[in-house]
Design a protein around this ligand. Sequence first.
Ligand code: SF4
Length: 273
Amino acid sequence: MTIGDSIATKTIGARLWLYSNYHCNLACSYCLTSSSRDVPKRELAADIMLALVDEAATLGFRSVGITGGEPFVRADMPDIVAAVARRLPVVVLTNGTMFTPRFVARLAPLATLPAALQVSLDSADPAANDALRGRGTYARVIAGIRTLRAAAIKVRIGSTVDDGAGAALEPLCELHRSLGILDADHVVRPVVRRGRAADHALGIAAQLEDLPAELTLTVDGAFWSPASPTVRNGRLDIGELLTRTIAPLRIPAEAMLRYASSGGMPQGTGLVA
Ligand code: SF4
């Protein structure tokens, strides 16, 4: 089976994930990657990201996700996102705190490209949101969403909720609708008990079968899912590492296919090629 066939049959996901970096201007309580301003950056270089996306298009991947850390703490990220979007549709997961009018001006090309920014917003209650993500975050995110929308840049909302937070969702949905964001562009996901969330006993434990089989590349190697390459106490979790090789893309893609075809990789072994 080719990589393209495996994507067509949904044996592996159609989206390729790139961890652009691990550092962040925030330090959220539940962060899977224990990100902050002070952690190692672990950046994927721009030329490597673009070469991987070129090969992804050739192999049959249909879209790209960029995550971290906070991608937009990198000065080169606006140019990278536009370059990726000229190759494949892209979604960037962002904390949404950096979208001043001046910064958004650098994102202007995205308005006419297949690019979406998925902005994190966990509650319609500023105090509840900021308790997890940091004081002042809510106000900056709302202002940033308005600035992005005014620039005709596609915005999605990503809400990470601890179990039991379901009751808080309706006000959040009313809020995103009031900002002009449709229900179809609101993504809700649970806190996964990994990284800093495990330090605070937040969220739910996830097994391999709970995670999407979506090839995920970091500077440290290729992983089973975007929830796999987490960091706790400064240590990268390699329990779902497919291979240390990320380029050419064919190598990690074939490793992914091998395990996906056989019902998933042996959990916790972290095969290193
Ligand atoms: S959850 Fe996102 S915004 Fe919060 S510290 Fe981690 S990378 Fe940064």
